[in-house]
Design a protein around this ligand. Structure first.
Ligand code: SF4
Length: 400
């Protein structure tokens, strides 16, 4: 039994309809409950509940402070590689995008990690596109083993693997795995993923369970808002979280709230979730899952990030770069351009894809960041808001 069979029987369309037709009184009833069902969650993300947003915000804030204290954990993504064999329409790293690519060597990766460590980070998310040649399992294992002595917490956001393939990565020192389903709508998923192993929806959906079986003790999930109807996605991820809390209960679970950002390929979002709806979603997730970590990335503008923090967010990235070598310029010498997945000779200096000497790195990023404030500035802001910024999220010794 996996989440797939449960997911296939969920009345998601009926729940979306229920959400759209619920009344303010219905939403108020769901808000008043101690323990909430998926139907309550549908009512909390309803247009009607939008009228109760202030009330929801206060409840979410109180609950977050009761369960997590006034603490925000900080993490940094370290992009190892932007090579990818998948075509995902919404991603700058998509195979067919003619971008500048690189996979960092172990020394280059260490340089990037050292720069992040010097900023204060102790919680690292290693990110890479899916490419069996450039981002082989041995490479990932060696990266983790090299970092493990200095990094108490290492998570991965890489192509999904079999349980047996994950085990050496856990043994090397990785403790967290993040995998976004991107969209829980099978039809949209098929339209968005036109080439590569990622086309397999079920394989991706089961990834957190395989990771848990391999020993990962922090799991992160999310849709990418902007592909399918946001209420459908929110209900799906809530059902997914509920399943993982019941079945993978030794792991700490986080849910992200990521919206599509501009990237190479110039994909335009297919659907829209407004800032106000995003705020409502964060509050509803907190009310539904009092103990689940909620993650906010630098995809959102500073003003919205600062406003969301007190409402339920427990973990944020800061000062992020989405290109390999983005923190130090590491790997700049080994850039190459790929066209439809094949390496081609670099264009001449006049091409917009050619390396620009005045930039720290020229590898192409996955998407544009919206909050470019340095990590130290974000940490100071957290303190001004009365929160303690925590750079170290996890210590494996605590679980022994
Ligand atoms: S979303 Fe992931 S799998 Fe898809 S193109 Fe981007 S890096 Fe590759």
């Amino acid at each position: 039994m996996s989440f797939i069979s449960e997911f296939n029987t969920l009345p998601l369309d009926a729940l979306v309809k229920r959400s759209l037709s619920t009344t303010v009184d219905g939403a108020r009833e769901s808000l008043a409950r101690e323990k909430r069902s998926l139907t309550d969650f549908a009512q909390l993300i309803s247009p009607a509940a939008g009228e109760l947003l202030e009330h929801m915000g206060r409840r979410a804030q109180t609950l977050t402070q009761q369960r997590f204290g006034k603490v925000i954990r900080l993490f940094a993504p370290l992009y190892l590689s932007n090579e990818c064999i998948n075509n995902c329409s919404y991603c700058g790293f998509s195979r067919d995008n003619p971008i500048l690519r690189v996979t960092l060597s172990l020394d280059e990766m260490k340089r990037e990690a050292d720069a992040l460590r010097a900023q204060g980070f102790r919680n690292l998310l290693l990110v890479a596109g899916e490419h069996p040649k450039f981002v082989a399992n041995d490479y990932l294992r060696d990266c983790i083993a090299r970092l493990h002595p200095e990094w108490p917490s290492i998570s991965l956001e890489v192509g999904p693997m079999e349980t047996a393939e994950y085990r050496p990565l856990v043994a090397a020192g990785a403790d967290g795995l993040v995998v976004y389903q991107e969209t829980y709508d099978r039809k949209v998923y098929a339209d968005m993923h036109t080439a590569g192993p990622k086309r397999n929806f079920d394989w991706r959906l089961e990834t957190p369970e395989r990771a848990y079986a391999a020993g990962f003790r922090r799991l992160g999930i999310s849709p990418l808002y902007g592909l399918a109807d946001w209420r459908f996605e929110a209900l799906s991820v809530a059902a997914h979280a509920d399943y993982l809390l019941r079945n993978c209960w030794k792991a700490a679970l986080t849910i992200s709230t990521v919206r599509i950002r501009p990237c190479a390929g110039e994909f335009e979002p297919l659907t829209h979730i407004s800032d106000r709806e995003l705020v409502q979603l964060v509050c509803a997730l907190r009310l539904m899952f009092p103990d689940v970590g909620l993650v906010l990335s630098t995809r959102e503008l500073p003003k919205l990030r600062d406003g969301l923090i007190p409402l339920g967010i427990t973990m944020i990235s800061a000062g992020s770069h989405t290109e390999p070598g983005g923190y130090t310029g590491a790997g700049k010498e080994n850039l190459h351009q790929t066209v439809r997945g094949k390496i081609v000779e670099l264009a001449s200096g006049s091409s917009e894809w050619a390396p620009q000497p005045d930039r720290a790195t020229n590898a192409t990023g996955q998407f544009n960041i919206a909050d470019e404030r340095p990590a130290a500035e974000v940490a100071k802001l957290l303190q001004r808001l009365g929160y303690e910024p925590v750079w170290k999220d996890w210590d494996a010794a605590l679980t022994k």
